[in-house]
Ligand binder design. Structure first.
Ligand code: FBP
Length: 555
C-alpha cells in the first residue's frame, strides 16, 4: 500500500500515555458503589449482576516486582468497532493490543469484522503486531470495519459465545456510542448471569460528542471531527468575506445533540448557529427558526452586508417540539404496524400515515415539505433512530428564509440581495487522522481497557479523566455502564439506555456562545482555525476542544 509522506511521518508518532500506565504494574482502586442516573429500581432489577459496581481508577502498584508480572497469564481478547466511524478507533485497538501484550506477551487480539455482525456470524481476523503497525495513528475503522447491527437478542449473545469459546477469548471490547455501549452492558450482564466467563468492556466513541457525563469527559473522535469541520468552515468564511455575495448554509453532523455545531461556532464565530436544544427549550416552531435567521440576514443587509454563515445541526428537525411529538408517534406507529405499512403502495403512504396519526401530529406532518415528511417514515437505523443525515435541512431552511425575505421585501422591511450556497459536513470528518488529542486519548482508552480486563471486571467503560491537562497527567479508570443508564421509550417500549448528553443551556460552552452571538451576527468576526497540525508546538498541536476546556475550566 503506497503511503503519503504524512502517513509515513505520522506512523512514528508515539501516543503519550498517562504516566500511571507507564512502567510497572497497576492496580485498580475501587470507589463507592454507584447508582444509575435515574430509574434506579428498574435498572437494578434489569442488571442484578452488574448494577451498583464501584467506579475504578488505576494507580501504580506499590512494591510491584518483576515476578508479579511473570505470574500474569496470557489473555485472548476480542474487539468490535460499532456504529459510525470516529477518528482514533485504530489507536484504541493499538492501545488495547499493546496493553494486553504488556500484561503477557502471548496474549492475543481478535478483531470481529464489520461490527457486531461479525461477532454473531463468526467473521474475524487475528490482529498481529505487523498488521496493527500499519494502522497506528491513522483515521478510519478499516482495520476491521464497522457496522450498525444491534446486539440485543439472547440468540446473538449465545452465537457470539460460541466463537469466543472456540478462540478461547475471555474478554470482549466494544468500541461504540451510547446505543452500542448500552448493548455492551446488556451483554456483560447476560454473560455474568450465565457464568460464561467472558468480561465485556466498552469504549466511548462518537464524533457527535453526546456520550459524556460527569465521569466520561468526552467521546473520542469529537475533537478531530470538529477540528476538520472548523478548518473547512473557516475556509468558507474567508471565501464568503472575500466575495461578499453568498449566505452559506452549513449543516453539521450530530444526529441528535448540537455539540458539533456549538464547538464549530466557538472555533469559527459564524453569524448564526442554531442550537437544537435551545429551539426545543424555547418551544420554537420551524417558522420561528426561519424568522430568527431572516432577521439576521435583514439586519446585516441594512449594513450593506449581503453575506454570512449559518451553522445548522443535523438533528434540528427532531428538536422542533411539534416535529418531535410527530416523530415519537410515528416511531410507535411504525413499530406497531410495520407489516401493514409495508403493504401500502408508495404513493398512498402519505395518506395512510395521515389517517393513522392523531389530529395534531397529522397537521404537523401535512405542514412539512414532502421530502422531509417522507424521510420521517423511512427505515430507522437498527437502533430506531430517524436517519437525520439524509434530511436536507440546510436547503429546507435557506428556501424558507428566501421566502420570508421576499415577504419582508414586499412589506418594506428588507432591501438586500440573498443568494445561498449549501454544504453538509459529516462524513469528511469521521475518518481524518486523529488529532494528537484523539491519538493520545484513544491509545490511552485501549490501554486502560486492557488493564480493566486484567483487573477481572465486566460491565465497565474505559475512562480517562482530567482531559484538559497534558495527556501524561490523565487519570485512567473504569466506570460501570449501568451508572450512566436511565429508562427511555424505544421502538414503542421502555428500555434501559445510556442517557444521551445533549447541549446544556446552563453550561459554559453554550453560555459563552450565547454571550457572543449578537456580536458575531452583526459584525464579521470570523476566525480561521486552519488544518489540524500534527507536528509543532503543543499550543498549536495538542489543544483539546473549546467545549472540553469550557466544561472543565469554565468561562
Ligand atoms: P455514531 O453515533 O454511531 O458514532 O454515529 C454518529 C453519526 O456520525 C451521526 O453524526 C450521523 O447522523 C450518523 O452517524 C450517520 O450514520 P451513517 O454512517 O449510518 O450514515
Amino acid at each position: 500500500m503506497k503511503k503519503s509522506a504524512l502517513q509515513q511521518a505520522r506512523a512514528t508518532y508515539q501516543p503519550k500515555l498517562p504516566v500511571v500506565l507507564t512502567g510497572g504494574a497497576v492496580e485498580a482502586i475501587a470507589g463507592q458503589p454507584t447508582e444509575s442516573v435515574a430509574n434506579q429500581a428498574e435498572i437494578k432489577e434489569l442488571f442484578p449482576n452488574t448494577y451498583g459496581l464501584p467506579e475504578l481508577h488505576f494507580e501504580k502498584k506499590q512494591n510491584s516486582t518483576r515476578s508479579a508480572n511473570l505470574e500474569a497469564k496470557p489473555i485472548n481478547v476480542g474487539v468490535i468497532l460499532s456504529g459510525g466511524q470516529a477518528p482514533g478507533g485504530h489507536n484504541v485497538i493499538s492501545g488495547l493490543f499493546d496493553g494486553i501484550k504488556k500484561i503477557h506477551r502471548d496474549s492475543r487480539l481478535y478483531g470481529f469484522l464489520m461490527g457486531p455482525g461479525g461477532f454473531v456470524d463468526h467473521k474475524y481476523i487475528e490482529l498481529t503486531a505487523d498488521y496493527i503497525d500499519q494502522y497506528r495513528n491513522t483515521g478510519g475503522f478499516d482495520i476491521i470495519g464497522s457496522g450498525r447491527t444491534k446486539l440485543e437478542t439472547k440468540e446473538q449473545f449465545d452465537k457470539g459465545l460460541e466463537i469466543l469459546r472456540e478462540l478461547n477469548i475471555s474478554a470482549l471490547v466494544i468500541i461504540g456510542g451510547d446505543d452500542s455501549n448500552t448493548n455492551a452492558a446488556i451483554l456483560a450482564e447476560y454473560y455474568k448471569a450465565i457464568n460464561a466467563g467472558v468480561q465485556v468492556i466498552g469504549c466511548p466513541k462518537t464524533i457527535d460528542g453526546d456520550l459524556k457525563n460527569n465521569v466520561i469527559e468526552t467521546s473520542f473522535g469529537f475533537d478531530t471531527a470538529t477540528k476538520v469541520y472548523s478548518e473547512v468552515i473557516g475556509n468558507i468564511q474567508r471565501d464568503c468575506n472575500s466575495a461578499k455575495k453568498y449566505w452559506h448554509f452549513i449543516k453539521l453532523m450530530g444526529r441528535s445533540a448540537s455539540h458539533i455545531a456549538l464547538e464549530c461556532a466557538l472555533q469559527c464565530q459564524p453569524n448564526v448557529c442554531i442550537i437544537s436544544e435551545e429551539v426545543e427549550e424555547k418551544n420554537m416552531t420551524l417558522s420561528e427558526v426561519v424568522d430568527s435567521i431572516a432577521d439576521v440576514v435583514a439586519r446585516r443587509a441594512a449594513n450593506g452586508d449581503n453575506y454570512g454563515i449559518v451553522l445548522i445541526p443535523e438533528g434540528l428537525i427532531e428538536f422542533i417540539p411539534a416535529v418531535k411529538a410527530l416523530i415519537a408517534e410515528l416511531n410507535d406507529l411504525l413499530a406497531a404496524k410495520a407489516a401493514d405499512f409495508a403493504t401500502v403502495e408508495a404513493d398512498k403512504q402519505r395518506e395512510w400515515v395521515i389517517n393513522q396519526l392523531s389530529e395534531a401530529n397529522a397537521a404537523t406532518y401535512e405542514s412539512l415539505p414532502l421530502g422531509v415528511a417522507r424521510q420521517l417514515t423511512l427505515d430507522r437505523d437498527p437502533h430506531g433512530n430517524v436517519q437525520v443525515s439524509l434530511i436536507e435541512t440546510e436547503k429546507l431552511l435557506s428556501e424558507m428564509v428566501a421566502k420570508r425575505l421576499d415577504q419582508m421585501k414586499a412589506d418594506g422591511k428588507y432591501n438586500g440581495k440573498f443568494a445561498a450556497q449549501h454544504h453538509f459536513f459529516g462524513y469528511e470528518g469521521r475518518c481524518a487522522d486523529p488529532s494528537n488529542f484523539d491519538a493520545d486519548y484513544c491509545y490511552g482508552l485501549g490501554y486502560t481497557a486492557a488493564n480493566l480486563i486484567n483487573a477481572g471486571v465486566t460491565g465497565y467503560m474505559a475512562s480517562l479523566r482530567n482531559l484538559t491537562l497534558p495527556s501524561v497527567q490523565w487519570i485512567p479508570g473504569g466506570i460501570p455502564v449501568t451508572m450512566m443508564m436511565n429508562m427511555e421509550r424505544r421502538h414503542g417500549a421502555m428500555k434501559p439506555v445510556i442517557q444521551k448528553a445533549l447541549v446544556k443551556l446552563d453550561a459554559a460552552p453554550f453560555k459563552k456562545f450565547a454571550s457572543k452571538r449578537e456580536e458575531w451576527a452583526m459584525n464579521t468576526c470570523y476566525t480561521y482555525p486552519g488544518p489540524i497540525q500534527y507536528f509543532g508546538p503543543a499550543e498549536v498541536c495538542d489543544q483539546p476542544s473549546q467545549t472540553l476546556k469550557l466544561e472543565n475550566q469554565g468561562l
